[in-house]
Design a protein around this ligand. Sequence first.
Ligand code: UD1
Length: 427
Amino acid sequence: MKGIRMQGGIPLQGKVRIQGSKNAALPILAATLLTNEVSYIQNCPRIADVHRFVHLLRELGCLVHWQEKGIRVQPGENEELSCERAEARRMQGEAITGMRSSLCLLGALLGRCGCVTMEHPGGCVIGERPINLHIKALQQMGVEFREEEGLLSAQVKEEKMHGAEITLEFPSVGATENVLLAAVKADGDTRILGAAREPEVTALCEFLMACGAQIEGIGGSELLVHGDRPLHGTRYTVPSDRIVAGTYLFACIGCGGSVLLTEAPWEQMEAVTLVAEKMGAQCITSEEGLFVQCSKRPQAIPYLRTGSYPGFPTDLQSVAMAVLTKADGSSCIEENIFENRFRIAEPLKDMGAEIVLKDGRHAMITGVEHLRGNRMEACELRGGAALVLAGLAAEGESFVTGQHFIERGYENICRDLRELGARIISV
Ligand code: UD1
């Protein structure tokens, strides 16, 4: 059976380059639809979710080519993006339902052609993931929604969307991105209150600004978009992936050793390096990237809460949990973003970890000295990466199946970890 085989218990040593950010690249690829001109998206990670997104762009008639440094996208004035075609099109299938980011097409296609009909987007099985905030915000901008034969259908009521004052009840990353994509094409100004502040939202704003959009307040929780400015193609370099960098940082803490994560976006990782230091790691930042050293058994973290940026990212909660199972002392993790993110607790317990889950939001972990290597199955992206980390931190051999989930977000986790001296191979 296909999977990842590894030998645990080997300290990490060496350096690895951190790939471009998945969560920044995907909405930016959607944003390329807002102009007819060519855009070059450099440092785009070569991961399954990006390949799926490229497939969707091609279905929409865009010419998309991989180049040495990234992707060239040319929407042009193609037939597929005409309003008539948009009305008849049903966006369905694995590329839509297999990743939550296909939802960005909602804002982008409403901005481009005024209507879209799509299946409910999927993504990781880490909770209910409703889209009520997206719908409510776009309704305020003049979009009408219908449910049609199980598909979600959105149509701009008048000739164009109009600006609005939108208050997000929760700083949803995806809803903020969808409103931005729609607002740059809408008539008038749109103010987003309670916007998500994640660096990936900032990257989308930067890309849109480079295309000619006008957005104020970038990086903050109140954004002001001056709509309907003429947009053109541009060249943009996707920032490095803070979640991939965080994964390898925790790998180093779990196995011990010292690693240099070149191009790691450490300015975006303050909450993560703070936790790493509390666990006993030394983190040194430089122009080159992030250096991490951990020479002893990690310390427990009495209380670790996930939160919206700049809080500790939910996407790193699983890898932190994998490492805390081996820490000295007891830790408690509180998950505040997604309700179903403790699915790795069972496989970790099978390796000898002591974890008690409470009310779906809390995990109490009593550190053990050793984990035993085991056979495990990845069921989602970040949880899958966490199982790999557990295998590397355990004694003996481990085998992780469900590799395709991990490949959604990591270009080549085995190659990267081998560069850091791990004994790991994809078979
Ligand atoms: C994005 C990231 C994901 C990350 C998450 C939080 C991408 C492709 N994915 O996901 O990796 O874990 O941000 O940082 O960028 N919610 C609602 N209604 C909505 C929208 C969201 O209730 O309409 C809830 C969700 O169920 C969840 C919380 O808000 O509990 C956060 O969701 P959101 O910030 O929207 O995450 P995503 O954009 O889906």
